[in-house]
Each structure stands twice: as C-alpha cells, then as structure tokens.
Design a binder for this molecule. Structure first.
Ligand SMILES: O=C(CO)[C@H](O)[C@H](O)COP(=O)(O)O
Length: 259
C-alpha cells in the first residue's frame, strides 16, 4: 500500500473555494478537501458512480462546477441513491443507470469506517445496496473520508454496521443476525426515525437493521458470507476489498492510500 502525504496548504487544483490554510478546519471542510482531491481523478468522457452522504455531496457539487466551467465534459453520472439523483439532476449532471452502463470508469463515495486494509463500513446513510451495486462494477473506487472514519477493525467505532433486510418478519431476521455475532456482544436494532419511531425505509422499500459490536467480529469474509446466507437479508454494509484508493483528510494534511 502506497501512502502520500499532502499538506492542506497544497489543496486540489483550482480550489479557490477552500479555506485558507491558517484557519482551523471543521469536519465538513475536511470532507470537502477529500472530495475535491478525489475529483482530480475524474477525466472528461468518464461514466461515474456518484456516492451518497455529506462527503460525496461535495464531490458531486465539484463535478458540476467543473462541468459548468468547461474543465470537464461528456460526464455521465450513475447515482447511488434518490438523494444523489436529485442533487445531480438539479446541478445539470447528465445521468444514467447500470442497465445502460454495466461497467463504470470511476466511483467516488464516502464511508463510515475504514480499516487498515481499506475495507469499509458503509450505509449509515441507508444507501448501501445501490452503493454496493454501483461501486462493485467500477474500474476505480475512490473513497473519501475525514480522519474520524479510520478504525482499527470494522465495527471498531462502536457505531452501526447496517444490514438491509426485507420488512417481512424483520424481528426474526434481526434476531438471527444478533445470534450470528453473539460472541462479539452484538445487539441488533431496527433503524427508526427518532421523532416518529417509524422504520426508516430504504430507496428499495426495505428496512435497515443496525448491528453494534462490543468486540472484533474476526474474519470479515466469514462474517459477510454468514450474513448473506440468512434469508431475509438483502445486503450488508461491509465493503470488502472494493476500495482502490482512500483519501483521508485530517488536521495535518491529506493522505492518499492506494491498494
Ligand atoms: O454509506 C453511506 C451512505 O449510505 C455514506 O457514504 C456514509 O454513511 C458516509 O456518510 P458521510 O459522508 O455523510 O459521513
């Protein structure tokens, strides 16, 4: 794995919108720096997977800005959620889908956790299924995060590892998921809206069960296979061996981690 450190004083090219170096950077500014750096990988004529979330949103904005300025042309975007679809549509980015473009040049997306092997947890925004479909068929998958997303092992943030499940008997499926990871002190919780306690429904009409672990779940491939074997599970948020590059923006600079 190659690492390259770039100081925040050397921001991505033509980035007049970035804050001056002396200013303490907020988490959102770090996300924007990572996103702008990722957009440097975009070339005219590419078919692009457009990720979802507050970090990916900056990348979509930046692509639209470069299209407007004529610095990019002939881009086709494949959005990973209705949210990103709406954003890109409003910005005038030409859009398509996997039916028309079953292979993509590049995808840019955020992540919730990144381990030292560039495995990811994704889906706290609820778009994991479409993200996995799109990002699984791109030649290059560039992940953009601020440094808070780096973890010693997946699940290590203590925050949710999302699993998309069919609504039918979701309690049964949640129970089976919990049992799978009993040794890791797993709890399984249906994702709901705090105000109404109604279930969060994905773009695909499914529910999300969030798994929380007290310990490392061990072999990720074994865990992935076990989850996917459960009838009722649609997809999980572990993205194993998919990222080709991770761009990490931190207070001390930007690091580019290549597989
Ligand atoms: O997987 C995702 C959505 O399903 C997001 O990429 C992930 O949740 C990171 O989001 P953010 O950039 O807002 O921190």
């Amino acid at each position: 794995m190659r690492t390259m450190a770039i100081s925040p004083q050397s921001p991505p090219s033509s980035s007049s919108a970035l804050p001056p170096p002396s200013v303490a950077l907020t988490q959102d500014e770090l996300k924007r720096i990572a996103a702008y750096k990722a957009v440097e990988y975009v070339r005219s004529g590419m078919v692009l997977g457009l990720g979802t979330g507050s970090t990916a949103r900056h990348a979509v904005d930046r692509i639209a800005e470069l299209l407007r300025r004529g610095e990019l042309s002939g881009i086709v975007g494949v959005p990973t959620s209705t949210q990103t679809h709406q954003q890109a549509l409003a910005l005038g980015i030409p859009l398509s889908d996997l039916d028309a473009h079953p292979s993509l040049d590049l995808a840019i997306d955020g992540a919730d956790e990144v381990d030292s092997h560039l495995n990811l947890v994704k889906g706290r925004g609820g778009s994991l299924l479409r993200e996995k479909m799109v990002e699984g068929v791109c030649k290059k998958f560039v992940v953009i995060v601020d440094e808070s997303k780096l973890v010693p092992y997946l699940g290590g943030s203590g925050l949710a590892m999302p699993v998309e499940v069919v609504p039918f008997c979701w309690k049964f499926t949640a129970g089976r998921l919990r049992q799978l990871f009993e040794d890791a002190g797993c709890t399984a919780k249906l994702r709901t809206f705090p105000e109404t306690e109604k279930p969060f429904v994905t773009d695909n009409g499914n529910y999300i069960v969030d798994l929380y672990f007290k310990k490392d779940i061990g072999d990720l491939k074994v865990a992935s296979d076990a989850i996917l074997r459960l009838a009722g599970v649609v997809e999980h948020g572990m993205f194993l061996d998919m990222a080709t590059t991770v761009i990490v923006a931190g207070k001390l600079g930007v690091e580019v981690l290549d597989k």
